[in-house]
Design a protein around this ligand. Structure first.
Ligand code: NAG
Ligand code: NAG
Ligand code: NAG
Ligand code: NAG
Length: 396
């Protein structure tokens, strides 16, 4: 008799736990909303409906599921919040592909493909793939994956993000963790930054591999408290702060820390670039424990940046330089440079030059057996154990 009561109570308990679990984790599989996943049918409507259901769900942690082994063709689509639940999970195990036919993009805003906007507590993970499908796409479309005003964002483990042009863009976000990403685009694809950050703070990027035709990571105006670690970059243009101050803009970037990164065959390594005519500052920035494999300009600060469009190149009327570059640390760089210019500080005497530069334990040799040099103008700072020599170069 006692045993029977116990069994009954246990059964009740088990049932209770099961009910709680169902209520907590509610799954929204795109297949249940009409997605075909055949790589041909436009699944945008199904994704949109599945997202609306998940986003409108008040359960503990609604999960949008994109199953593995299937290819979902999506046209430009926005996943909009705010959602009812404080966290929302998107599990990407399958592939999301873009239409390869340019006519499929007609009538859409081509500046972005997949956008999450005003969604807080978003977790996007899985081992799935986001695939831009060829050059037609990167000629047509601006950004693959855009996060706009998404606070408390986590993106993890998308191992093959976009095989052609690709670009993660984070704008207006606070508290973002990106990890275990694998991003690749052809070296010759233009302006295909790997990860592009603007007007955002408290961002952590780690354990990722990026190869692209432009910056592996670009940190643009309005950004602060950015940590990047354990990243391999190449081919690509390196990890860049800026460009800042284009067309006279006031822009600021501060507290950026890059650590344990490797640059392989990149055109630059650690780079800060600002335009003449702009104002603002780039300050408290560090690059530490950097490995270089035939990077062309491993350490580079330029206050004379131009993108070589006709108008910017020919415009010699701009001479002011009020965008301050200060408190910049380069420490423990090891490896090779593919050009003689291992260290380049092109600072402008106009705004007082670059100040508070600190170089520590830098050992950069030539990948081609030649010499390496440091070239500076208006660069102020201190150094310890640096090769190539900077004693002729760095002003106190
Ligand atoms: C990055 O590349 C390294 C070396 O090839 C590899 O071991 C690692 O798994 C890669 N990481 C990702 C996230 O793709
Ligand atoms: C960045 O790193 C610093 C020092 O390790 C740490 O104090 C800070 O919390 C980190 N910030 C982010 C956003 O991860
Ligand atoms: C050159 O810069 C000046 C000053 O900012 C601006 O007024 C002018 O329009 C620019 N010219 C071109 C060709 O961009
Ligand atoms: C850089 O410095 C080296 C050594 O002082 C010099 O030979 C070279 O011409 C300089 N390069 C530039 C672009 O100024």
């Amino acid at each position: 008799m006692v045993a029977t009561v116990d069994t009954f109570m246990i059964l009740q308990l088990v049932l209770c736990i099961a009910i709680v679990q169902v209520a907590q984790a509610q799954d929204f599989n795109v297949l249940n909303y009409g997605a075909r996943g055949d790589g041909i049918t436009d699944d945008s409507k199904a994704f949109s409906n599945a997202w609306k259901a998940a986003c409108g769900s008040a359960s503990g942690s609604p999960t949008l599921q994109i199953p593995q082994g299937m290819k979902f063709l999506l046209k430009p689509i926005t996943f909009k919040g705010p959602c009812k639940s404080s966290t929302i999970h998107v599990q990407l195990f399958g592939s999301i592909i873009a239409p390869s036919n340019p006519s499929a993009w007609a009538g859409f805003d081509r500046s972005k493909w997949l956008m999450f906007e005003y969604v807080n507590g978003l977790i996007l993970d899985g081992n799935g793939r986001i695939d831009g499908q060829g050059s037609a796409w990167w000629q047509l479309c601006g950004k693959a994956l855009v996060f706009h005003a998404t606070n408390n964002l986590k993106v993890d483990g998308l191992t093959h993000l976009n095989s052609q042009r690709n670009h993660i863009s984070i704008n207006g976000a606070d508290t973002v963790v990106l990890s275990n990403l694998h991003i690749s685009a052809p070296e010759e694809s233009h302006n295909t930054d790997g990860i592009d950050i603007s007007n955002s703070k408290n961002i952590q990027i780690s354990h990722s591999n990026i190869s692209t035709g432009d910056d592996c990571v670009a940190i643009n105006g309005g950004s602060s408290f950015i940590n990047i670690s354990d990243m391999t970059c190449g081919p690509g243009h390196g990890i860049s702060v800026g460009s800042l101050g284009k067309a006279g803009a006031f822009e600021t970037v501060e507290d950026v820390h890059v650590q344990h990164c490797t640059f392989i065959g990149t055109t630059n390594g650690a780079r800060i670039k600002t335009w003449q005519g702009g104002s603002g500052y780039a300050r408290r920035i560090s690059f530490k424990d950097i490995t270089l494999v035939a990077a062309q300009h491993p350490i580079l600060i330029s206050q004379f940046y131009t993108d070589f469009t006709e108008s910017s190149r020919l415009n010699r009327t701009i001479t002011t330089n009020d965008l301050k570059v200060s408190e910049i640390t380069f420490a423990r760089f090891h490896g090779t440079s593919a050009t003689p210019s291992a260290i380049t500080f092109q600072c402008s005497s106009q705004g007082g030059g670059c100040t508070g530069l600190r170089l520590d334990h830098i050992h950069i040799t030539s990948s081609t057996g030649g010499k390496t040099f440091a070239n500076c103008s208006s660069a102020h700072g201190s150094y310890h154990d640096v090769s190539p020599r900077v004693d002729h170069c760095l002003l106190r």
